[in-house]
Design a protein around this ligand. Structure first.
Ligand code: ADP
Ligand code: MG
Length: 253
């Protein structure tokens, strides 16, 4: 396939941006792709890359892109938001902006054999300068009714879902991310197992989903403000999981 493209002076797409709310499967997709292609997956923690000293940060980025060039793999720059958000901001964000700019520059220069995947939870802040560096931008969305049902059925394979009140379940689950829906399924499944049954009770699943919703409502959004409620159809841009940045390349496969 590569040869076919190259015969016409084209290159395979190697720079992919996954964009969408937290918990919609972006990170999961990167590792699934690595599994499919049998490439090693390297996750780069961007938050931890930023140091007070520009020289150090640039040096770290350079080391990573040296690896991109020499070691074929999937390089995941997860949640580039920290950098992108800073772009064009006025406050003490010069460093993040410089890191983003060097990141983009390294992307431009990269012609190696690796695949670079970046993810963002905040599509609104992506500007053209960022977007044009990617060969492919894939939007991720919050699950609709059928997607919710599918995620639940997949996670609950091996359990009995006979007489599940799907309509009520989907009503309560709407507005939650796939990650939350899957977590609720696991809660309900644990309860079934401990009760020595393989039948998932509608009420257990509803309770578990409600618990996820109240957890969501406790969270803060990216501006640090608390959402007052979770409107059913509105996608949220909050990650309840703090990212642990270490600024090094981590082999995860
Ligand atoms: N589209 C999906 N299909 C199945 N499971 C999903 C999906 N999206 C998220 N999940 C579940 O939620 C977990 C977290 O998703 P993740 O990839 O970390 O989301 P993101 O990176 O978009 O925040 C996954 O490991 C998986 O269990
Ligand atoms: Mg993620």
């Amino acid at each position: 396939m590569r040869e076919k493209l190259e015969a016409k002076g084209l290159k395979p797409r190697r720079r992919v941006l996954l964009s969408g709310p937290p918990g919609t499967g972006k990170t999961l997709s990167a590792s699934a792709l690595a599994g499919e292609l049998q490439y090693p997956l390297f996750s780069v923690m961007l938050h931890g890359l930023i140091t007070k000293f520009m020289g150090e940060t640039a040096q770290k980025l350079k080391m990573i892109f040296d690896a991109v060039k020499t070691t074929r793999g999937i390089y995941l720059f997860d949640e580039i938001d920290a950098l992108a958000a800073a772009r064009g901001g006025e406050n003490d964000v010069g460093e993040a902006r410089r890191v983003l700019n060097s990141f983009l520059q390294f992307l431009d220069e990269d012609t190696g054999p690796s695949i670079v995947i970046a993810t963002t939870n905040l599509p609104g802040i992506l500007d053209r300068a960022v977007l044009r560096r990617f060969d492919l931008v894939l939007p991720y969305v919050m699950p609709d009714g059928p997607a919710i049902r599918q995620a639940l059925e997949r996670r609950l394979i091996g359990f009995s879902l006979a007489r599940m009140g799907w309509k009520r379940v989907i009503d309560v689950a709407t507005g939650l991310s796939t990650a939350d829906v899957v977590a609720a399924a696991e809660d309900a499944a644990r309860r079934a197992v401990l009760n020595d049954t393989d039948k998932i009770a509608t009420q257990d699943l509803l309770d578990a989903l409600e618990r996820r919703r109240s957890l969501q409502e406790l969270g803060t959004d990216d501006n640090g403000t608390r959402p007052s409620a979770l409107p059913p159809s509105q996608s949220r841009t909050t990650s309840p999981v703090p990212s642990k940045g270490r600024g090094r390349v981590q082999k995860t496969k």
